[in-house]
Write a protein that binds this ligand. Structure first.
Ligand code: NAD
Length: 501
């Protein structure tokens, strides 16, 4: 494997108060995973830089909170146009830093852009409730007011889409925002900050900082931060949730996943196999909604395995910017080695290795081939862990009931899918499965922007999902106002507890 060689490097700045800034201090490296070479450097912010960003957001907040709702919507409309025009450039940045193929990166930016489209409707979304005569001549109405300085901490696998789940909603609701994207893929966030400024967003309302645990901890403990949205692995999500709770901050922390697809014998197996190949190996399995476990029910197992083996062997692997490539590299050498170690573990545990992708198919970069295991048991490490690579494990179950029991016993609950022609079976699955997002003959059931995205169990710590109406709720506080206008024929309130009859 080639050792990373330093080329002429750009430094990705932070973005504070409308300006690109290069803070002094620790730096990290950004790699092109298709070549294994360092392409950029990125500052790892210390507490002082985080404080500057939060102070900028806090200073910009009052004016933005009071900006008319139509002005906020119009900034989103302009940002939407700019993002549409820049979609390909941002997708190229993602392919360069993450490794996923260009069409896949384009699709992910599109899903993020759809959240901006939803945020453009903020005047309608923020309407409150009004009840006349809750008591005699007494009215009640509710307001949705912004929460203040909001923070987003995001993972490497969706450099634009996951931040876009958060900040368009937060900003449209009247909050200011500090984003800490993954230090592995920092450039798309800076590009989006520039476009927000071009769209007319006042300086300080959106800020971007970079770094690792030091930067994250400074955000979690900063007294001026009111709300934190996190997406990443389960151990860190739990840490974020607990730290925010003990610091009295509003928090939603989305974690990792082990997403199951249940395939019934009556399913169109050719269709199901095609769907599973895309869902398991797309983006080299580095999607939180990737299908990483299949539960094949009854007679579905043998023909499904044959189809999966044939189709997985035919996947074209290579650099994500090459035409015709279907699967790119993994994010880092360390992660590639971790995934390869899981493949070795699966063999040792006695699972049947149907397709072995552990030998890197290309000399340079962080590639692995597609791997397929059969006869996997729930107690095996390759089943219990989120591998987050191009490894699909197949379990076998005798009945739908047994398949649902397997899915429900798993500690994760992000997404799941069933493949069947039976409406009754699908309805039962939808009703009984303990998972936040369900697909019926849809392998990756990521809800569109006007619905909300989020899992259950170890895939989400917190109450509210992201974007859709749950996003509006997360980024606003409800205020209920009860009003009476005294006049001569209603008695003044006495000392007793008011009852508005
Ligand atoms: P990660 O948890 O390592 O990192 C996520 C963020 O947390 C990054 O910004 C990182 O800098 C920061 N971080 C890392 N270690 C930290 C620490 N010790 N203390 C404080 N902050 C820390 O996740 P990742 O590897 O970037 O992303 C992959 C993971 O994200 C997978 O588990 C995947 O399932 C999950 N994910 C979940 C969803 C979802 O919607 N549930 C979506 C995308 C990704």
């Amino acid at each position: 494997m080639n050792k990373p060689v330093e080329l002429k490097l750009d430094i990705v700045p932070v973005w504070i108060n409308g300006k690109a800034v290069l803070p002094a201090g620790r730096m990290g490296e950004v790699y092109n995973p298709a070549t294994g070479q360092i392409t950029k450097r990125v500052p790892y912010c210390n507490e002082a830089v985080i404080d500057q960003a939060v102070q900028a957001a806090a200073a910009a907040y009052p004016e933005w909170r009071d900006a008319s709702i139509l002005r906020r919507a119009r900034v989103m409309q302009k940002f939407l146009q700019l993002m549409q025009a820049q979609q390909k450039d941002i997708a190229r940045l993602i392919t360069e830093e993450h490794g996923k193929t260009l069409p896949d990166a384009m699709g992910s930016v599109q899903r993020g852009i759809e959240v901006i489209e939803f945020a453009c409707g903020i005047p309608q979304l923020l309407k409150g409730e009004y009840s006349e005569n809750v008591g005699t001549a007494v009215d009640t109405h509710t307001l949705r007011q912004p929460v203040g300085v909001c923070v987003g901490i995001t993972p490497f696998n969706f450099p634009a889409m996951v931040p876009l789940w958060m900040f368009p909603m937060a900003i449209a609701c009247g909050n200011s925002f500090v984003l800490k994207p993954s230090e592995k893929v920092p450039s798309a966030s800076i590009r989006m900050a520039q476009l927000l400024q071009e769209a007319g967003l006042p300086d300080g309302v959106f800020n971007v900082v970079h770094g690792d645990k030091v930067a994250v901890d400074a955000l979690l403990h900063h007294p001026l931060v009111n709300a934190v949205s996190f997406v990443g692995s389960t151990p860190i999500a739990k840490y974020i949730y607990e730290t925010c709770a003990s610091n009295s901050k509003r928090v939603q922390a989305l974690g990792g996943a082990k997403n199951h697809a249940v395939v019934l014998p009556d399913a169109d197996l050719e269709f199901a196999a095609d769907a599973l190949i895309g869902a398991a190996y797309g983006s080299a399995g580095e999607r939180c909604m990737a299908i990483s476990a299949v539960v094949a029910v009854g007679d579905a197992a043998d023909p499904l395995l044959a189809l999966l083996q044939r189709k997985a062997s035919a996947i074209k692997i290579g650099p994500g910017d090459r035409d015709g490539v279907e699967m790119g590299p993994l994010i880092s050498a360390q992660h590639r080695d971790k995934v390869a170690a899981f493949i070795a573990q699966g063999k040792k545990e006695g699972a049947k290795l149907v397709l072995d992708g552990s030998t890197p198919p290309l000399q340079e970069g962080y590639f692995l081939g597609a791997t397929l295991f059969d006869h996997v048991k729930p107690e095996m490490e390759i089943y219990k862990n989120e591998i987050f690579g191009p490894v699909l494990v197949v379990l076998r179950a005798a009945t739908l009931e047994a398949a649902i029991a397997i899915v429900n016993a798993n500690p994760y609950g992000n997404g799941t899918a069933i493949f069947t022609e039976s409406g009754g079976a699908a309805r039962r699955f939808e009703n009984e499965v303990q998972v936040g997002m369900v697909g019926i003959n849809v392998p990756i059931p990521v809800p569109v922007a006007f619905y909300s995205f989020g899992g259950w169990k170890n895939s989400l710590f917190g109450d509210l999902h992201v974007h859709g109406m749950e996003g509006v709720k997360f980024y606003t506080r409800t205020k209920a106002v009860t009003t009476r206008w005294p006049h001569q024929d209603t008695p003044a309130p006495g000392l007793h507890m008011p009852t508005l009859g």
